[in-house]
Design a protein around this ligand. Structure first.
Ligand SMILES: Cc1cc2nc3c(=O)[nH]c(=O)nc-3n(C[C@H](O)[C@H](O)[C@H](O)COP(=O)(O)OP(=O)(O)OC[C@H]3O[C@@H](n4cnc5c(N)ncnc54)[C@H](O)[C@@H]3O)c2cc1C
Length: 267
């Protein structure tokens, strides 16, 4: 008798748990991921802000699942799944190869959303992959280098203004860490600019940070951010992002007022 074939898509927390749980069962497992590493996303913001290096938050998937590989019923493929034929029980990979399955586990994760404004992606990258973290790190460190070179005050100020949009856990972590970098890590690194004068502005559409938490914790988080030097602006809905800055709205209805922040780095 042939063993049932299980196809697992994704080697994040979900996919790894599925493989571990099934590896002792009488099944043939194929794990497919477009990368060959497991990524610990909760600490990705540290890579984006140069606090940690990539190997600290990622590990080769063949290494992570070595015990399961030894059992002889796991195959790992680095490939992107392009299509799933549910009726035919086939997945098509980026090279056109097909993987047949009896049971399918889709653990492909989530992606960020620009809420209908995909054109903002160019100016304000999301943070889900190592590539995203490297991109943000280059922008953040690069902004200080540009500021040091800038000759006009307005240009220097724009490079030293960082806007983080969204005060969920990731936005709060990013804003706090960026302020710490500016206030402490880089404080003696430059000559023309004073990095402690950097502005980190956290914009949030709702009336408090960390909206999924109880109000008392939101307030504690806001206080800590302010102590770290972050300007927290709640009730601020972003309406535009371009290469020169961010436009947002405060108030609502007839009382709505458009605001503009000149900045070169938006997260
Ligand atoms: C910056 C950040 C901070 C976070 N902080 C926390 C925290 O503090 N606490 C907490 O509990 N959670 C946190 N989270 C959320 C948590 O990390 C995620 O919920 C979790 O990683 C999701 O796991 P997953 O297995 O569902 O997906 P993922 O870890 O996203 O894995 C999905 C995998 O699928 C692969 N994949 C996707 N599509 C395809 C395809 N078509 N073909 C092949 N492979 C594909 C991807 O390459 C990826 O490896 C954070 C997330 C982020 C981004």
């Amino acid at each position: 008798m042939t063993r049932p074939r299980v196809l697992v898509i994704g080697c994040g927390f979900g996919g790894i748990e599925a493989v571990r749980a099934l590896s002792k069962a009488e099944v043939e497992i194929t794990l497919v991921d477009r990368t060959n590493h497991h990524l610990f996303q909760p600490l990705l913001y540290q890579v984006a802000t140069a606090g940690l290096s990539a190997p600290a938050v990622s590990a080769p998937i063949r290494h992570v699942l070595r015990p399961q590989m030894k059992r002889g019923n796991l195959t790992i493929l680095k490939a992107e799944v392009r299509a799933i034929d549910v009726a035919g029980r086939l997945a098509t990979l980026d090279g056109g190869e097909q993987v047949a399955w009896d049971h399918l586990i889709v653990a492909a994760g989530a992606t960020h959303s620009y809420f209908g404004h995909d054109e903002w992606a160019r100016h304000a990258p999301g943070l889900k992959t190592l590539a995203d973290a490297f991109d943000i790190r280059a922008r953040v460190i690069g902004a200080f280098e540009h500021a040091e070179r800038a000759q006009a005050t307005a240009t220097r100020d724009a490079w030293m203004t960082f806007v983080v949009i969204g005060a969920g856990p990731t936005g709060v972590e990013m804003a706090g860490t960026m302020s710490e970098i500016a206030q402490h890590t880089l404080s003696n690194e430059f000559r023309r600019i004073d990095s402690t004068r950097t502005r980190v502005i956290l914009l949030e559409g709702s009336d408090r940070v960390l909206g999924a938490f109880v109000p008392a914790l939101s307030e504690k988080a806001r206080e800590q951010l302010v102590r770290l030097g972050v300007e927290v602006r709640t009730g601020s809905k972003v309406t535009g992002i371009d290469a020169e800055g961010v436009t947002y709205e405060t108030g609502s209805g007839a009382a709505a007022t458009a605001q503009r922040l000149g900045c070169r780095t938006v997260i």
